[in-house]
Design a protein around this ligand. Structure first.
Ligand code: ATP
Ligand code: MG
Length: 171
């Protein structure tokens, strides 16, 4: 599936240009995210997939990270078809789709957001949605911010994530 949509990345409002030469150190203000890598990856991937699937061509999808003292928020923002208000509280339910007829054309099973919510909770986070029909949608993953790896609850992340984070901290 090829679709003309521009994806923008930002960190605390500053746009990040990513090319082959971009490394983590080029990020304007790196933050420590200690999380189950696979779970977080699945969560973000599903949100980006939705943003693209439910947007017309030539629109923008933005993936932004906003950090304050307490939280890290990962936002996936689109300018797509949006979600009617009556459906907003249901989109995280398994198999729920706003418009089953239309969704048949776009493919999918209606499981993506329920999996996403599960993955986010596994990371110790929460997920919220803002949307308006015809304007677009914003999905926000909120994770607790940790300034030191030792502040992280071992039960919130898996052993591999802890090990990787400690290695980064030791650098
Ligand atoms: P799957 O993700 O399993 O391939 P899906 O995309 O239909 O299928 P979910 O990701 O769970 O399932 O989303 C549920 C429903 O919420 C979608 O069918 C769609 O109606 C609505 N939805 C989700 N994300 C967006 C979005 N960014 N913009 C508009 N509607 C959305
Ligand atoms: Mg989906």
């Amino acid at each position: 599936e090829s679709k003309q949509i521009e994806i923008m990345l930002s960190m605390n409002g500053q746009r990040i240009a990513v090319d082959d030469e971009t490394h983590a150190k080029d990020c304007p203000s790196p933050v420590l995210i200690v999380s189950n890598a696979d779970a977080l990856k699945t969560a973000v991937k599903n949100l980006v997939e939705n943003a693209i699937r439910y947007s017309p061509v030539k629109t923008h999808v933005a993936v932004g990270i906003v950090a304050d003292d307490q939280n890290i928020r990962i936002k996936v923002v689109d300018q797509g078809i949006g979600i009617p208000e009556r459906s907003l509280s249901r989109v995280f339910e398994r198999f729920y789709r706003v418009d089953p007829a239309r969704s048949r054309e776009t493919g999918g099973t209606g499981l993506g957001l329920s999996i996403t919510k599960h993955c986010v909770q596994e990371c110790g986070g929460t997920i919220a949605v803002w949307s308006r029909e015809g304007e677009g949608s914003t999905f926000t993953i909120t994770l607790p911010r940790h300034s030191k790896v030792n502040d992280v609850h071992e039960t919130d992340v898996d052993a591999a994530a802890m090990k990787a984070a400690k290695a980064v901290e030791a650098e």
